[in-house]
Design a protein around this ligand. Structure first.
Ligand SMILES: Nc1ncnc2c1ncn2[C@@H]1O[C@H](COP(=O)(O)OP(=O)(O)OP(=O)(O)O)[C@@H](O)[C@H]1O
Ligand SMILES: [Mg+2]
Length: 311
């Protein structure tokens, strides 16, 4: 049973007299997230990402379709205890210390006092905030606030974590820290669902992603499926590749291009790639490295969004 599952989830917001204005915020969205997976939901502004998470948290109701946590409709009370949430642009009362925030939310969740103290200590340690636990949060940097926010989302020891833009506004070092914490949580078996517009971040930590536009899933799958651009290889070499040699390679049935001292080949089979390497070597070229070419998730995202616009 998947921790998160939606089937044909649709949400239509209506407004105006006679409900004349309709926004289809989600349109037949079916997504499955497995246990211990980091899943990234991507999409331009207004795509429906927050609406999706709000439905799974039971804050908003769907117009049609099903939203399930651990195989049960989200409306079931006990499910929520297993869920943690870090909202976008969260605000805690400024007079609280970091530790105070955790104690406050822990008490609200009904956690027993002695257990709470232990959990607060552990979480402060996990997010590397023990040193600043007594400091008022108004003195915290954005990165420190996000780390405390993450600890707050974990206070009830949830099995699923929903994070809305967890690294927004955080500097690169802070982002790496948050990524490392999320990976550690994933390795402990927690399921992590994140909304983000920081594509390079999502690429670094997500196992799978879905791209949402105007409420519809354009594509979903493993990050690799978005970033591998077929059978193109990048070869770094020492030596001189002249036209004669280039033509020789072309005759092996590989498409070839030389760009800024790097050779790119696209070939149907691994044998062809090997023949190209043999030809290079037997012509006195030293092959320094070869790697399969990847596009970034951002390239893939922009292509998908643009392709859709052309239709
Ligand atoms: N309460 C509401 N009433 C009416 N329309 C709404 C409401 N909440 C969201 N919408 C509309 O639904 C669509 C999806 O909004 P949503 O906030 O889910 O997008 P998002 O992908 O989270 O965007 P962003 O990246 O800007 O956070 C938008 O067109 C938005 O205007
Ligand atoms: Mg949003």
């Amino acid at each position: 049973m998947n921790p998160i599952e939606t089937q044909g989830l649709t949400k239509i917001f209506t407004s105006g007299l006679m409900k004349r204005f309709e926004v289809r915020a989600l349109d037949d969205v079916s997504i499955n997230v497995s246990k211990g997976e980091i899943f990234g939901l991507l999409g331009p502004n207004g795509a429906g990402k927050t609406t999706f998470v709000r439905i799974l948290l039971g804050i908003t109701y769907p117009t049609s379709g099903n939203a399930l946590l651990f195989g049960e409709p989200v409306s079931r009370h006990y499910n929520k205890k297993k869920v943690g949430f870090l909202p976008e642009n969260h605000r805690y009362p400024m007079h609280f210390s970091g530790e105070g925030v955790l104690r406050y939310f822990g008490t609200l969740s009904g956690i027993d006092r002695s257990l709470l103290s232990k959990r607060v200590d552990n979480l402060l340690h996990l997010v590397n905030m023990t040193q600043w636990r007594k400091m008022k949060i108004k003195k915290y940097s954005k990165g420190m606030l996000q780390r405390i926010g993450l600890a707050q989302a974990l206070i009830n020891d949830p099995e699923i974590l929903f994070l809305d833009e967890p690294t927004d506004g955080v500097d690169p070092v802070g982002r790496k820290e948050i990524r490392d914490i999320l990976k550690r949580l994933r390795n402990e078996g927690k399921t992590i669902f994140l909304n983000s517009h920081l594509l390079s971040e999502v690429e670094l930590i997500s196992d799978r992603v879905a791209i949402l536009k105007k409420g519809q899933v354009l594509k979903s799958g493993a990050v690799d499926e978005f970033t591998t651009t077929g059978d193109e290889y990048e070869i770094k070499y020492d030596g001189n590749i002249d036209d004669t040699l280039l033509n020789k390679i072309k005759s092996i049935d590989a498409s070839v291009r030389l760009e800024n001292g790097t050779l790119y080949i696209a070939a149907e089979s691994k044998e062809t790639v090997n023949s190209v390497l043999d030809t290079l070597r037997s012509n006195g070229i030293f092959v320094k490295s070869m790697s399969q070419r990847k596009s970034t998730l951002e390239d893939s995202f922009i292509n998908l969004i643009n392709e859709e616009q052309k239709i």
